[in-house]
Design a protein around this ligand. Structure first.
Ligand SMILES: *Cc1c(COP(=O)(O)O)cnc(C)c1O
Length: 388
């Protein structure tokens, strides 16, 4: 019986403290969220610049919908490629300092489509052990050989590269900001290795786009290596406050993807209101750099406070601050005690993070006030005293 088999598996997951279920949000304004009926301060959103709820995005979306409707009606290659998509891609390419950009309907689809288009059976992909699941899935789908190196370990990466002379294409792929650790990839060293061993380099700027770099273009911009990276990907769903993703690079890369990325070709184009809202957010992102400053300052303040309380925040240097708990059940207990104090922070458990490293993942946004940060620290201090 299917029902019985699934029930047994779910029971086993529950016994390990790894069961997942969804809570329902009835309202979200600024840093305030009402979830399952409880009002909390939200410390688990990826809306780093506080743009998801900005009325200017809603206005841009409304305007686009009034002109051409909500739905895009077809895939980009048929008749779904509206001016709105083209404007958005031009703007992203300009900001990224790239020849061209291509928009996908989500970050997951971008990674799966790009990697499986660029490499195949005769090829090898070098992937950081903590890379996002969508990168891993892209590699699996590509059927290329996957060689995983320890997190940010460029020496191990070089060893693997040295042993891989026989493959047709070599692709190194990394998150720039790691989504569960909040630390950053050693891009400068990786650029050197990619050149030395004739490998292509792809970066996923999902948590860096809008947050890092002088104009918010990401870590590659911050480190001045944008021109040395073959493939840059980022999402419109995090700091941009919308939905979708981009890939930027050479004209040839983009043309190649239009002709071969299956998650681009065989799917309906992003609705215009979403494209228009994304473009408006990218405009705001550049006109209001104080948002980047604010989120980085608040994050530094919170991280320092957590450190003083004796919590391990790993190597976080971004608005993503992990607070390592170890055991999954302990992380859950902590999360629920914080929630009783009005602080919403999710427990991240295996398989999202390696076994034994369950953690609270605290994310700071530009919507948080200084008072929000103080209240968060106060709640951590109180829960710590419970000795869970
Ligand atoms: C969130 C995320 C994605 C997926 O992006 P979506 O737009 O949410 O599908 C890809 N890569 C990384 C590193 C992410 O954090």
């Amino acid at each position: 019986m299917m029902r019985k088999i699934l029930r047994d598996e779910l029971d086993a997951v529950k016994a390990e403290g790894l069961f997942r279920s969804m809570k329902v949000v009835s309202s979200a304004v600024g840093s305030d969220i009402v979830i399952d009926g409880d009002r909390q301060i939200n410390f688990c959103s990826n809306d780093y610049l506080g743009l998801a709820g900005d009325s200017r995005l809603a206005l841009a979306a409304e305007d686009a919908a009034e002109r051409n409707g909500f739905g895009s009606r077809a895939s980009r290659l048929l008749c779904g490629n509206f001016e709105e998509h083209v404007f958005l891609e031009k703007e992203i390419a300009r900001l990224k300092g790239a020849e061209a950009a291509l928009v996908f309907s989500s970050g997951y689809m971008a990674n799966v489509g790009v990697i499986s288009a660029l490499v195949g059976r005769e090829d090898v992909v070098f992937s950081d052990k903590l890379n996002h699941a969508s990168i891993v899935d892209g590699i699996i789908l590509s059927r290329a050989e996957m060689k995983r190196y320890a997190h940010n370990d460029v020496r191990m990466l070089e060893k693997l590269l040295k042993k891989s002379g026989d493959f047709r294409r070599k692709l190194i792929v990394t998150d720039t900001v790691f989504s569960m650790d909040g630390d950053v990839a050693p891009l400068k060293e990786m650029v050197v290795l990619a050149k030395k061993y004739g490998a292509w380099l792809m970066v996923d700027e999902a948590h860096a786009f809008g947050v890092l770099g002088p104009s918010g273009a990401g870590l590659a911009e911050e480190l001045g290596v944008s021109g040395d990276i073959d493939i840059q990907m980022g999402t419109l769903s995090k700091a941009v406050g919308s939905l979708g993703a981009y890939v930027s690079g050479s004209n040839e890369l983009i043309e190649y993807l239009v002709n071969s990325a299956r998650s681009f070709i065989f799917t309906t184009a992003m609705p215009m209101p979403i494209a228009a809202a994304s473009r408006e957010a990218i405009r705001i992102m550049q006109d209001e750099p104080e948002r980047r400053l604010k989120v980085m300052q608040s994050a530094a303040h919170l991280r320092t406070g957590l450190g003083r309380l004796g919590f391990d925040t790993l190597h976080s240097v971004t608005p993503i601050i992990p607070v390592v708990m170890g055991d999954a059940r302990r992380a859950l207990k902590y999360s629920s005690e914080l929630s009783r104090r009005g602080i919403l922070i999710s427990a991240i458990r295996p398989p999202t993070v390696p076994k034994g490293t369950a953690r609270l993942r605290v994310t700071v946004t530009a919507s948080h006030t200084d008072d929000d940060i103080s209240r968060c620290l106060k709640a951590f201090r109180e829960v710590k005293a419970l000795n869970l």
